[in-house]
Design a protein around this ligand. Sequence first.
Ligand code: TGC
Ligand code: FAD
Length: 411
Amino acid sequence: MSTDLDTQTHLASPQLKPREGDLFNIDAALTEEERAVRDSVRAFVDEKVMPIIGQCYVDGRFPKELIAEMGENGYFGANLPEEYGCAGLNNVMYGIIMQELERGDSGIRSFASVQGALVMYPIYAFGSEEQKRHWLPQMAKGTKIGCFGLTESDYGSNPAGMITRAKQQADGTWILNGAKMWITNGSNAHVAIVWAKTEDNDDAGTSIRGFIVPADSKGFKAKDVKGKLSLRASDTSELVFDNVHLSADAILPKSGGLKSPLMCLTQARYGISWGALGAAMACFEEAVSYSKERVMFGRPIGGFQIQQVRLADMLTELTKGQLVSLHLGRMKDAGTFTPQQVSLAKRNNVSIATDIAREARRLLGGNGILAEYASMRHMANLESVYTYEGTHDIHSLILGQAVTGLNAFGG
Ligand code: TGC
Ligand code: FAD
């Protein structure tokens, strides 16, 4: 029969000793290699991101100087195969990388998400062998940067309505016209994956295909979105295509239908479900540490019951989110995960991370509004994360459809 003493002895064994803030010892459910990846990305973020990110945020600047090292470290498309120059890690390690990068800032994780899940993945999944061999190794290294253009100003949640068109010419080349809005990395990118309607006769008379569009093409313009109060350490742009002439081999040959970009979103949403937890962990740790140091009414504020409830709620939601993402990662590695499961994880984890960031900011009092603390920056960032890659509401409708079989999207 097991006793409390047995349990304590078990948890206290050296291999399984939980880290602070890991009450369920989730670390013990990771392999040694997974923990090693976590530790090394964590060290990179502590050394290279943390010292500069507050100021980058205030300045509205993405720290491009980190790209080369992130590439060298294998953070871009880390779950894609080694034969294309990628790290070939499992999906749990990929998720952990996203978690640790977003512990630094959502803008840093966004950069890596877009590069890996939204640019390298579609080339890997829908590209020709030549396209894969040409682009993936350079993108894995970060010597070529990509962006992903799906959203348009009037077609955000409903990309099926997109207006952007690619028309094939008699010689097989393409002419691209239209515009995309809210494009992460847009003005930094060497190349854009652009989703456009073509006239290649599916039932509706048009289809959606993906194109690799070099940013130096004549007629291609990227314009920064100004005045952002969220995700300030990230470049967000409008892309305009005015009669952009593309070669015949610019098309991703295996893309076809809205399903193709939605498959990319599934990859990116999976990473975001982990990433948001990184932001939440940073806020939770900041709140715990502050609660032990800040003295008011003669004692650390962490000694007051109200702050302990706040911390207990944060820890509870964080732990639940971590269990969801780890289980999802294991299912992805087993090849059994579904887009609806990803919706549940993205919706839940971003929502609880946003709540945790807000509560941490509140616990910090006046100091909580300063850039030298991370919580308010994460809180503001997470508002973008809540909206992009399918808003919280859209994921509610995806889950609603999964349980009722009824489509409530309208249209
Ligand atoms: P619907 O008829 O439901 O689906 C069309 C086809 O696609 C399949 N499918 C999926 N496949 C893989 N993954 C998914 N997540 C999928 N969702 C649907 C579906 O089975 C169907 O296949 P088939 O074989 O029958 O053709 O399409 P719909 O037009 O009704 O749309 C459904 C809806 C609303 C869920 C979809 O449009 C949606 O997800 N909207 C949200 C748009 C969105 O998330 N945009 C994100 C843009 S990128 C971005 O935000 C990057 S931020 C990057 C950063 O900085 O990190
Ligand atoms: P809308 O679709 O107009 O939604 C407005 C409101 O209506 C939301 O609350 C929404 O939940 C709600 N709503 C919409 N439809 C329904 C419905 N059927 N039922 C109930 N409520 C509904 N896109 C890219 O393609 N590439 C990128 O790299 C990229 N990066 C981004 C970076 C940032 C910082 C941001 C903010 C956005 C980015 N996006 C990108 C775009 C993002 O995916 C869209 O903003 C998102 O899909 C929502 O579209 P929208 O902004 O047009 O909002």
